[in-house]
Design a protein around this ligand. Sequence first.
Ligand code: HEM
Length: 493
Amino acid sequence: MTQEAHVSVQSSTGPLTTEAGAPVADNQNSETAGIGGPGLIQDQLLMEKLAHFNRERIPERVVHARGAGAYGTFTVTADVTRYTRAKFLSEVGKQTETFLRFSTVAGNLGSADAVRDPRGFALKFYTEEGNYDLVGNNTPVFFIKDAIKFPDFIHTQKRDPYTGSQEADNVWDFWGLSPESTHQVTWLFGDRGIPASYRHMDGFGSHTYQWNNEAGEVFWVKYHFKTDQGIKCLTQPEADKLAGEDPDSHQRDLRESIERGEFPSWTVQVQIMPAADAATYRFNPFDLTKVWPHADYPPIEIGKLELNRNPENVFAEVEQSIFSPHHFVPGIGPSPDKMLQGRLFAYGDAHRYRVGINADHLPVNRPHATEARSHGRDGALYDGRHGGAKNYEPNSFGGPVETGRAMWQPIAVSGTTGESEAPSHAEDNDYVQAGNLYRLMTEEEKERLVGNLAGFISKVSRDDIAQRAIENFRKADPDYGKRLEAAVQALRG
Ligand code: HEM
């Protein structure tokens, strides 16, 4: 459907009305005391319009504020019932409605799309057992591995309290002091750091999640969404130009391709680790700064995701959409990844603040293939959907009852409580996978990576901060550090 076809009046008959439905006589001139005199408080249309306008915004997302979304279909293409009992994955050919919101991370709501930044890949499956949200990125790893560092990290990506701008000093100070970021930073400043569009990039669940089957066996999984459009990226100069000429480039591309009937799709794969492997795997499988090399756990194709319908109303369906890593369905659950554990709290909390306590019940967020049957009630903008049904459980009036079966399997834990680092496995350190990624690159790719990094590091005002940042890359690979130091020196003079 074209853009024009969506531009319709709200209702074909009847006059313009106030919010309360009363007919409006004059929407051009406000009421005054005499011709040319001051305005009157009895002009309720003027009061109502000005007051409504003042309340049109809700707080933007504290991260991933800038984004675009579309509905689609997920189709199962392989039998995975030996790994998970999730009903939406129970049969080859089975289809589930989805909604996917793409985003950048650091920019504000009105910022440009074509920037060097990870892209959010937040996917909602409207399953018959409730909504399952997979809130990932276009990168398989992340900058940090403990949720307690997230607010500090994001503060360095956002605007400085004094200058009001993003500051290279803050970004590189934090990354330099957080060597676990070296892998993701290498990824971000490499060729895939600026996707040409949302359609031309992969998506990842990034974290490790639990799958469990009917027999109660546990598997650890990582999700991969491989773009069927092919990977296409922008160089820094191409992105700088596009961001200036068309700040909405990604959003427009997504909408227009769906309007043209060119439905973007992704091949969905999972890496599956039997639970018994986790303790002795060479990398901590719950460390978000690490991948599982494909040679260890080859990706298995399990489905196809297609986006085929644009939202009708961007505010209602994209701005008010909510995704939470704690939205699981039976057969799928969390892992002990310390980042994921923090996220299980953070999103619901953000939604209650940003959209409100009844956010789950808006059309884009509510279950589409089943209904929510909770005893949560009332609150701001409650729509009365429960009618006169009892609001407690257990009750003797035929209300919904618990199933007695947990969505995920318990896991064994040991030791004492404490603020400890996540355990290191045999080959774990903060640099090993960054170095491996660097050594996989061609000479030209290395040149561009070093050039991109040097361009940014050279903006740092203090030598010690720049030096510390460079040291991390040197520890990943001596050649990486040497070239970067030379490139930064050349730019700083
Ligand atoms: C402890 C670490 C993290 C915390 C505390 C955190 C917190 C948040 C918060 C508060 C939001 C805004 C939610 C809203 O207002 O609706 C958000 C959005 C988002 N986050 Fe995170 N985040 C973390 C790590 C991550 C990671 C590791 C990923 C990807 C692998 C990720 C992907 C996203 C995406 C895609 C969105 C946008 C969702 C949407 O489109 O509505 N975040 N995050």
